[in-house]
Design a protein around this ligand. Structure first.
Ligand SMILES: [Zn+2]
Length: 145
């Protein structure tokens, strides 16, 4: 199951707004209207935003998920596009960077709200930092000899 399928399965009143974008009732507060916006990034990560102001960590916890489950697993199944492709376009690199930066931000927000990160979340955070460094090296290096 992909992260977006996993998330959508756990939400009520899911409605697709446009390709890659849904709305649903927020599980973290008593939601009458669909206050939760769900987006899938091009690399398969899920971005959540509650317009009533719930923090992402609370929404994720209310779904019974962990933060790292919003992001695709490290090992990409055969046939799926390679995450660490040699030649990324600037747009792809920025999209990846945005998705990793979101994970770092969500982790920080979770800690600031007095929650703790699971071991899996902590490992995923460390992986984010190494992916961001990878992206920097790729763009500074330009071509590989
Ligand atoms: Zn909410």
């Amino acid at each position: 199951m992909t992260p977006i399928e996993n998330v959508l399965n756990r939400l009520e009143k899911v409605k697709q707004r446009q390709p890659g974008q849904w709305s649903a009732c927020c599980p973290a507060h008593a939601d009458k209207g669909p206050s939760l916006s769900i987006r899938e990034t091009t690399d398969g990560a899920v971005l959540l935003h509650c317009f009533a102001g719930c923090e992402v960590g609370a929404v994720v916890a209310a779904m019974g998920l962990q933060l790292h489950e919003l992001f695709p697993p490290r090992d990409v199944p055969p046939g799926a596009p390679k995450r660490a492709a040699r030649l990324l376009t600037a747009g792809q690199a920025l999209e990846l960077l945005a998705s990793e930066a979101t994970l770092v931000f969500v982790s920080a927000a979770t800690l600031l709200n007095g929650r703790t990160l699971t071991v899996a979340d902590k490992n995923r955070l460390i992986e984010s930092v190494s992916r961001i460094n990878f992206l920097r090296n790729e763009s500074i290096g330009g071509g590989h000899a």
